[in-house]
Design a protein around this ligand. Structure first.
Ligand SMILES: Cc1cc2nc3c(=O)[nH]c(=O)nc-3n(C[C@H](O)[C@H](O)[C@H](O)COP(=O)(O)O)c2cc1C
Length: 193
């Protein structure tokens, strides 16, 4: 069921580095993403896929993880993702970056659900400087990085919890490195039910 995949699809920040992706695997994710809904069907998104170690490293050193846990370095050493899809907007198709932010989310979630279905996982990463990513990957001037999707074989425990009475939604870890993600209740979210 899609809902089961959604529940399993947690933002993972620790991976088994012995697992590597093929070009075909990442291309297959993009093949799914290219078929999703798009504002006025303009489809301005283009995708840089990183599966070779040299490209993976170029992305990994330019992104920031888990800003809510500033005391930790995540991923832990030796637990980095082994693939990335960098979602870019082709400004030759449209240079209105704000207009296609929803398209980006739909594409990224679709990629992640495909990965989760294969027993893999990932994390959306919005914390990076687009110019640094573009320069590091040697992207053409018309390709503006909007969102990075990290991918790999998850190697950490993530637990969903309920947001407490204090309303704090910050994720946290315990002494065993178990990662907890508070979610608001259904009752809080449904406005009229
Ligand atoms: C658009 C977007 C950008 C994100 N950027 C980052 C990021 O830069 N670094 C990071 O570690 N996590 C990032 N996340 C992951 C969120 O922190 C994560 O979704 C949140 O903690 C809830 O966890 P969950 O995805 O397992 O439900 C991002 C998520 C979204 C939707």
């Amino acid at each position: 069921m899609v809902k089961d995949l959604i529940i399993k699809n947690r933002s993972c920040r620790g991976y088994d580095e012995s697992y590597t992706f093929t070009e075909e695997q990442l291309k297959n994710y993009v093949d799914g993403a290219r078929l999703v809904a798009s504002t006025v069907n303009l489809q301005p998104l283009k995708y840089f896929i990183a599966w070779k170690k040299e490209d993976v490293d170029k992305v990994q050193c330019r992104i920031r993880w888990a800003r809510q846990l500033p005391q930790m370095t995540l991923p832990h050493p030796g637990m980095c993702p082994t693939g990335f899809v960098v979602i870019c907007q082709d400004t030759n198709i449209s240079d209105n970056l704000a207009r296609f932010m929803k398209d980006v989310g739909i594409a990224a979630q679709s990629i992640l659900l495909m990965a989760v279905e294969e027993g893999l996982g990932g994390c959306m990463i919005g914390s990076f400087r687009p110019d640094e990513i573009a320069e590091g990957l040697g992207l053409a001037d018309n390709l503006h990085p909007l969102l990075v999707v990290a991918l790999g074989k998850p190697a950490e425990t993530i637990v969903l919890t309920d947001v407490g009475e204090d309303g704090n939604t910050a994720y946290y870890r315990d002494e065993n490195d178990v990662h907890y993600v508070p979610k608001r209740s259904l009752e809080e979210l449904v406005i009229n039910g």
